[in-house]
Design a protein around this ligand. Structure first.
Ligand code: UDP
Length: 386
């Protein structure tokens, strides 16, 4: 469906809304492409401020101009308060900027509340990374249900893979409103790959772990807080202690639950390096220098295939089975399974023959593809011009 055009007006205003690390990583390549066409597009970039400290280095790295900051972060606020703040703070921006379309990404509270605010003002929503699904609306929580809600609200759906397209069609979304574009995380990764400058802090950790097999760890998902998180960290600790040629590098998420558990189980251990969250070039640098990645992150499941690094996914279920099917990732649902898989990897039965594979999530041109679609949707006459 093409947007109803009142009268031709250029440039069209495209508003992007982001609030967390993965959102900016995946929207930055789209913003960069939009900014290549200043006569056709005016970009308005809005940060909700859902994760201020984590977001700042990424805004700088990708040179994203933040036009508005909703400043919604309050320590320990429940999801409903966060949702309500995004909804109410975003509305006046919509009134002021009058965008032709609002782009949200993924599955955060920022994305779902922002989509609803746009809907209330009759502004069409485009959903980047649409169609990811697990079978369980409660897992991951609250992201899986957020995604499903955004699908109901959005007018246009930018899907990374054919599986994502099928999931949307299966739920009754019209095929002509779905666009197979790949995931812009691959664009971001390639962008960083060409200009990778590692910090002295990361270089120091790599230096200290030279000659060791490095495990890169990230874990911060709510569903694993408590027993599962503790169990996984204990399994990793035992593995490191019993394997003198293995080191663990763990950039610890600032969530206090994760920090306290990491300190309690892994603090002061030889060959374990607990770091503050890394900026993107350092993070990708760390992954590239690792023997094995262990992570519950969504984005890391998309990055590992590009880097050719074997990955143990710490989740009950994944909305990105493409990496598992490609043989580069393995789902680990319990600490016992983690124990088994670490020993499989140690014995060379998992991950030993990995190399960079064709990334099932995209080829690095997703930003371009999304913008091509936006040109067509927002300005049908534009298809005929160069
Ligand atoms: N990331 C990073 N530094 C870190 C940890 C993660 O740059 O210390 C990046 C990572 O490359 C990935 C993204 O942040 O692309 C993932 O964020 P997160 O795990 O918070 O969210 P998810 O992808 O699970 O939604």
């Amino acid at each position: 469906m093409i947007l109803p055009m009142t009268e031709a007006k250029n440039p069209r205003t495209v508003l992007t809304l982001f609030g967390t690390r993965p959102e900016i990583i995946k929207l930055a390549p789209v913003i960069r492409q939009l900014d290549l066409y200043p006569k056709r597009f005016r970009t308005v970039n809005v940060s909700s401020g859902q994760h201020t400290d984590l977001l700042a280095p990424f805004v700088k790295l990708f040179a994203v101009r933040v036009d508005h900051d909703l400043g919604v972060l309050r320590p320990g606020q429940p999801l409903s308060q966060l949702f309500a703040r995004v909804l109410s703070e975003f509305d006046p921006i919509l009134v002021k900027e009058k965008p032709d379309i609002v782009l949200v990404q993924g599955d955060t509270t920022t994305a779902v509340a922002g989509a609803l605010a746009a809907f209330h003002r009759g502004i069409p929503v485009g959903h980047v990374e649409a169609g990811l699904r697990t079978d369980d609306p409660l897992n991951p929580f609250p992201e899986e249900t957020n995604r499903r809600l955004i699908t109901r609200i959005a007018r246009y759906h930018f899907a990374a893979t054919k599986r994502n397209v099928r999931a949307l069609c299966h739920e009754g979304v019209s095929r002509e409103d779905i666009f197979l574009t790949g995931n812009p995380v691959v664009d971001a990764l390639q962008h960083i790959g060409t200009s990778m400058v590692r910090s002295p802090a990361l270089e120091a950790v790599l230096e200290k772990t030279t000659g060791l097999r490095r495990i890169a760890l990230t874990t911060h998902r709510r569903e694993s807080f408590g027993g599962v998180l503790e169990g996984n960290l204990r399994v990793l600790r035992d593995f490191i202690e019993s394997h003198p040629d293995v080191a663990l590098i763990f950039p610890v998420h600032p969530n206090p639950m994760v920090r306290e558990m990491a300190d309690a189980v892994l603090g002061k251990l030889e060959r374990v390096h607990l770091l503050d969250p890394l900026d993107y070039p350092d993070f990708i640098g760390m992954l590239s220098e690792s023997w094995l990645i262990v992570s519950d992150s969504g984005g890391v499941q998309e990055e590992a295939p590009s880097l050719g690094k074997p990955l143990l996914v710490l989740r009950e279920t994944t909305e990105r089975p493409e990496a598992v099917e490609a043989g580069i990732a393995h789902l680990v649902t319990t600490p016992d399974e983690l124990h088994t898989m670490l020993h499989e990897a140690d014995a060379g039965r998992f991950g030993s023959s990995q190399r960079a594979i064709t990334n099932p999530f995209g080829q690095g041109d997703s930003g371009q593809r999304i913008v091509r679609v936006l040109r067509r949707l927002l300005d049908p006459i534009d298809v005929f011009s160069p």
